[in-house]
Write a protein that binds this ligand. Structure first.
Ligand code: ZN
Length: 460
């Protein structure tokens, strides 16, 4: 007898949407059929849609060391309330940053104690840590993140082109992807300096200092370096249709590239950013309506691979000030990724539910080689989210689980109420409340065969 049966939901499976029962045994999906037998626990899902649980490949919970910014305990609760079952934490803004074995192990221990969802850990590429990348792979890193522009944290310096290229060579050796924050340091710094010299410090001045050109140039350069290094490239938070086009052109030229955008670029424009101010500051910045429409076109055309949150909160004091350039950049939205795709995608633009499952679960699982994750299929982990597509709600402080209840989504109206999130067969969130809190575990790539043919030493 199964442990759990979900009855009569519309299941968004890899082969289409089917009305069926879903049975769970030992944390895995053991049957999907028109009618399965009884179980010790049953959930009535008639009228509800069942999607695979969200795997958020890009966020910052800042633990250990900066739990006053967020922490995995609160962050993973927010994620679960938004339909999330797993996240990949970036190597910053924890203290220390995840750039070596000891730092990785410290974060793993901290998150195993605090996260209520599963998690994976990104390692970092910074000048001087190339020899640590193999160790990070052994520890189970999901991939390596590098900044092509200033990260905002002096302890996580940007990777110059040679550091990035040599890091990519090492990443290729251990068969892990390299994620880049793709914005030109030269262009953004020079424009920021010019604005400072002219005393221009407002929102619009900041937006003008980070043009789409800076993103496109960096994507093209990263793609060239990755192709030369034989590395898999993951471009995080592409903010513009032209950025996606640049990544697609690189793929056509032979770069193994995955394309991520974030929910906030699909939901807010730069006009919203000017109205909302610091709470909506991020890099790359929000774009104008025309550029956002072009980005949506790429999502609807199936050209974007992943939608993540880039949840990056900070204490309220860091989100205030007269100088917009100095205010901390980062949008807190871990709870709203699926909500945006359902409201602005499914309801407003006809984005297919199967495509939403692909963007939030199936592709992340494939790209990062998670075993038994990312889809409603027999044998996979029973990770899913029950959604009432017609249920509408407004984002309010009382419904948020993140540490600081500050988000540009406050007051947003979403259709697609998340009724329940289930991780490996156990409910972690239901009817507005967190349930189990001892479920999360670390995920690692299924295997990382190490190439012995190419050395990681000096290559130029
Ligand atoms: Zn980020």
């Amino acid at each position: 007898m199964p442990d759990l049966v979900v009855r009569g939901g519309s299941l968004v499976t890899p082969s289409g949407v089917v009305r069926a029962d879903l049975a769970v045994e030992d944390g895995c999906i053991c049957a999907i059929a028109p009618e399965v037998g009884g179980a010790s626990e049953e959930i009535d899902a008639r009228g509800l849609t069942v999607l695979p649980g969200v795997i958020d490949v890009h966020l910052h919970f800042n633990q250990p060391g900066r739990e006053d910014w967020e922490g995995a305990a609160t962050g993973s609760r927010a994620l679960a309330a938004g339909g999330g079952v797993a996240f990949f934490d970036m190597p910053l803004n924890s203290t220390p940053c995840t750039v070596g074995r000891a730092e990785f192990e410290a974060k793993r221990c901290a998150l195993e104690k605090s996260s209520i969802t599963d998690f994976g850990l990104w390692g970092g590429i910074v000048p001087g840590n190339r020899d640590a990348l193999g160790e990070l792979a052994e520890c189970g890193a999901i991939g390596f993140k590098a900044f092509m522009a200033d990260s905002g944290l002096p302890e996580f310096p940007r990777a110059d082109d040679l550091t990035l290229f040599e890091g990519m060579r090492e990443a290729a050796r251990v068969n892990l992807p390299v994620a880049v924050h793709a914005e030109s340091h030269e262009i953004t710094q020079a424009l920021a300096r010019r604005a400072a010299e002219e005393g221009r410090r407002g929102v619009r001045d900041f937006l003008n200092s980070r043009p789409v050109l800076a993103e496109v140039e960096a994507i093209e350069r990263a793609a060239l370096l990755a192709r030369e290094a034989g590395a898999k490239l993951h471009v995080v938070h592409i903010s513009s249709g032209r950025g996606v086009a640049a990544a697609l052109e690189a793929r056509a030229r032979g770069t193994d590239i995955s394309i991520e955008t974030c929910a906030h670029y699909l939901f807010f424009t730069e006009e919203d950013g000017e109205r909302l101010g610091a709470v909506a500051k991020c890099t790359p910045p929000l774009r104008d309506a025309c550029e956002q429409a072009a980005l949506w076109d790429t999502v609807l055309a199936g050209q974007v691979d992943v939608v993540a949150s880039d949840h990056s909160p900070a204490p309220p004091a860091m989100k205030r000030g007269d100088d917009f350039f100095r205010i901390w950049g980062g949008i807190a939205g871990a709870q709203c990724t699926l909500a945006v795709l359902l409201e602005a995608g499914f309801h407003a633009r006809g984005l297919d539910l199967g495509r939403i499952a692909e963007l939030t679960a199936a592709y992340p699982s494939r790209r990062f080689r998670l075993q038994g994750k990312g889809g409603l299929a027999v044998g996979n982990d029973a990770d899913f989210v029950l959604v009432d597509l017609r249920g509408a709600y407004t984002v309010e402080e009382s419904g948020l689980f993140q540490k600081h209840r500050s988000t540009p989504y406050m007051g947003a109206r979403f259709r697609g109420a998340i009724r329940r999130t289930v991780l490996r067969g156990r409910g972690v969130f239901a009817d507005g409340r967190i349930m189990n809190t001892d479920v999360g575990k670390m995920l690692r790539p299924a295997s990382f065969p190490t190439s012995t043919t190419e050395g990681a030493g000096c290559i130029i």
